[in-house]
Ligand binder design. Structure first.
Ligand code: ATP
Ligand code: MG
Length: 109
């Protein structure tokens, strides 16, 4: 999961940028996030990035582009474990993708 998100950030963040990976425990879950200071994603495209095969125009033009599957697989994995995934982004400023993983204690089982 994290490798998938970091790879996206590396592809979309120019030299001198910053990629931050965080994990924070919250009530009943752990929230992981990968934030970058890269290209960002247009507001209109943001809801589509978790769709299968969706890629933005800029990345479609890249010779080294991927298939557009990474985030849709990530969403399936997160949701299969009862978590949520979301994206925040501002064009030209950067992107943060965060996802939750539920934590079960012995008492819950
Ligand atoms: N950190 C990011 N910054 C800017 N755009 C992003 C970022 N992460 C994803 N995107 C956009 O969302 C699209 C979908 O991402 P996704 O990981 O699903 O596919 P991909 O990286 O193009 O291909 P694959 O992961 O299958 O190799 C990307 O093509 C890109 O346009
Ligand atoms: Mg990807």
């Amino acid at each position: 999961m994290l490798g998938n998100l970091v790879k996206n950030s590396l592809l979309h963040t120019p030299d001198g940028g910053e990629i931050t990976v965080r994990a924070a425990s919250s009530e009943g879950e752990v929230v992981f996030s990968v934030a970058d200071t890269g290209s960002g994603i247009n507001e209109e495209e943001l809801p589509m990035i978790f769709e299968r095969f969706y890629r933005t125009d800029r990345s479609r033009a890249r010779a080294t582009g991927g298939a557009g599957l990474g985030l849709s697989i990530a969403r399936s994995l997160v949701e299969a474990q009862g978590g949520r995934i979301r994206a925040e982004s501002e064009r030209g400023k950067g992107t943060t993708i965060s996802f939750t993983v539920p934590v079960f204690t012995e008492v819950d089982r």
